[in-house]
Design a protein around this ligand. Structure first.
Ligand SMILES: [Zn+2]
Ligand SMILES: [Zn+2]
Length: 161
């Protein structure tokens, strides 16, 4: 399973190795479904597109890339999906394992995307979140007053005695 996923972002480097130091275009993508499977709490709405240039020097592949995708994460207060567009410029390098003719970019690319995401996404700055007692969405029910609140507090206090 994970092998199959990784194969999607394999970059063949035969040409790079034959012409050390020469820059060649790079254009790879990762399917949105596979990117979602490999991520926690992040849904990819678009494929992860990676374009740019790369070259090989000795046993290192140097990349200069633009990364683009669109993701959704749950709002940290109400759990509604929050959409976020990701546009990154990343320069990085990868050591080429001896004898390898291709390099897998998927872990590095997804790492850049994950690191760039808002760690505490909000659907809107004044999101009211969920009722702590019954879980109803307070953005949709701004006048909600939970009937069970008092009862539950009493019960919890009794329990702690
Ligand atoms: Zn929210
Ligand atoms: Zn409630």
């Amino acid at each position: 399973m994970s092998r199959f996923v990784c194969d999607v972002m394999q970059l063949n480097i035969d040409t790079f190795i034959e012409h050390p130091g020469k820059r060649f275009p790079v254009d790879v993508s990762l399917d949105s479904k596979r990117a979602t499977e490999m991520s926690e709490n992040v849904t990819f709405l678009e494929d992860v597109m990676v374009s740019g240039e790369a070259y090989v020097q000795l046993t290192t592949l140097y990349l200069d890339t633009e990364i683009h995708t669109i993701v959704e994460q749950p709002c940290r207060r109400c759990l509604e999906p929050v959409r976020e567009e990701v546009n990154l410029s990343e320069r990085f390098r990868i050591n080429i394992p001896e004898g390898e003719r291709s390099v897998d970019l998927v872990v590095r690319i997804l790492g850049f995307v994950t690191a760039a995401l808002d760690p505490h996404p909000l659907c809107r700055p004044d999101c009211r979140g969920l009722c702590p007692v019954c879980g109803i969405n307070l953005n949709e029910h701004p006048d909600h007053v939970c009937q069970e609140e008092r009862e539950d507090h009493v019960r919890l206090r009794d329990f702690l005695k």
